[in-house]
Design a protein around this ligand. Structure first.
Ligand code: PLP
Length: 402
């Protein structure tokens, strides 16, 4: 097949670097290499039993047909109740749409709004898919660097400087993949004050890691800080990370009726409803026992603490303490300029990641994939033993550098 058959909007984009890294690690493992996989971006827990049983019961009860495009009334009601209960936000079921994962909601939200020339502000480090999704929708991703000294967070000044008359969206992801950085309510208020002055800017909040958090307070939402932004904010969330349901593909979006209506139309002419069985499972997740959500977070917190201690003990590596999500975003600037036993000088985070993979079988993702170097993302959605083994091998590989 020649590349000319493929439309520009697809030729502009590339495979997700984290999927590529995960596939590379799996490939090496198939070849018999002993790989410590610290790439994974999904919970390592099984979907809780009551959720699985609800799905099985839905199949037996014949819930195997098309549903309303935007999701069953029961699921949308449960999502509305979740917003009220957990976020103190009021959304009616007709302001909510269920989608095939949060990723689908984000993509479709860009597809229904972005025109050629529109700019979308993507604070970096960012989740790998945002810029490519913007490109696929004919928009221009505007990467806004958020440096470690600012806690990898957008500041009012950096936000103000990035906004132009063409700015269509700001995407805000808190807790963040890959840094775990989480905005406080005061930080959100300060960003909202800037947004108040630029009424053309829509805000997409990607709240998928809301419950993977290490403090005892709920994750604050932009709309808690600035309710006036409700008319131009689209909330995106889903069950993948909170309920260990990545494969079920249920996300959702809530926002003003015109945006949600357009999402509904696009979905009706593309995927139709998300899987009816998965919707039944998501309903059980949102309405059932929530106690394991805090238990999962506590397991991640222990892994974070162990991983942080081990990484920060390796000379040349350092890591800020993430507030949430299940990743460590490790600064590897201290290794640049060093020479491997094979005589290769490490010049970038890609070199460092390749060195760890080739020399010790530790698989990570280079920070460049997330728009900020020199860093590497290490997943902690894996056992403490795996984290310890990965860090032990990294320490050995660093010790072998000249
Ligand atoms: N948003 C962020 C920041 C993510 O890290 C991910 C998954 O890795 C998603 C969205 C996608 O979630 P879903 O599985 O619901 O599509």
């Amino acid at each position: 097949m020649t590349s000319s058959r493929i439309a520009d909007r697809v030729r502009r984009i590339k495979q997700s670097p984290s999927s590529a890294a995960a596939e590379r690690a799996a490939e090496l493992r198939r070849q018999g290499k002993d790989i410590v996989n610290l790439v994974v971006g999904e919970p390592d827990f099984d979907t809780p039993a009551h959720i699985r049983h609800a799905a099985a019961a839905a199949i037996e009860a014949g819930q195997t047909r098309y549903t309303a495009t935007a999701g069953t009334p029961a699921l949308r009601q449960a999502i509305a109740a979740k917003f009220k209960r957990e976020n103190g936000l009021d959304y009616a079921p007709n302001e909510i749409i269920a989608t095939c994962g949060a990723k689908h909601a984000i993509f479709n939200a860009l597809a229904i709004t972005v025109q050629s020339g529109d700019e979308v502000l993507v604070p970096a480090p960012y989740w790998v898919s945002y810029p490519d999704m913007v490109l696929a929708c004919d928009g221009t991703p505007v990467i806004v660097p958020c440096v470690e000294a600012d806690g990898f967070k957008l500041t009012p000044t950096t936000l103000e400087r990035a906004i132009t008359p063409r700015t269509k969206w700001l995407i805000l992801n808190s807790p963040s993949n890959p840094t775990g950085a989480t905005y406080t309510i005061d930080e959100l208020r300060a960003l909202a004050a800037v947004l108040e002055r630029h009424r053309q800017v829509l805000v997409m909040t990607d709240d998928i890691y809301e419950h993977i958090r290490f403090g005892d307070q709920p994750t604050p939402h932009l709309l808690n800080a600035a309710p006036a932004l409700r008319e131009r904010t689209l909330l995106v969330n889903g069950v993948s990370k909170t309920y260990a349901m990545t494969g079920w593909r249920i996300g959702y979006a809530a926002g003003p009726a015109d945006l949600v209506g357009a999402l509904d139309i696009l979905q009706s002419q593309s995927t139709s409803n998300p899987s009816s069985v998965s919707q039944a499972a998501a309903l059980a997740a949102l309405t059932g026992d929530q106690s394991f959500v805090a238990e999962f977070a506590e397991v991640y917190r222990r892994r974070r603490d162990r991983g942080l201690a081990l990484i920060n003990a390796i000379p040349g590596l350092s890591c800020r303490t993430p507030d949430g999500a299940f990743y460590l975003f490790i600064n590897c600037s201290g290794l640049l300029g060093r020479t491997t036993p094979e005589g290769r000088v490490l010049e970038s985070d890609i070199d460092v990641v390749m060195y760890f993979l080739e020399s010790t079988g530790v698989a990570l993702v280079a920070g460049t994939a997330y728009g900020l170097s020199p860093y590497m993302r290490m997943s902690i959605a894996t056992s403490v033993e795996t984290i310890e083994e990965g860090c032990r091998r990294m320490a050995g590989a660093v010790a072998a550098l000249r």
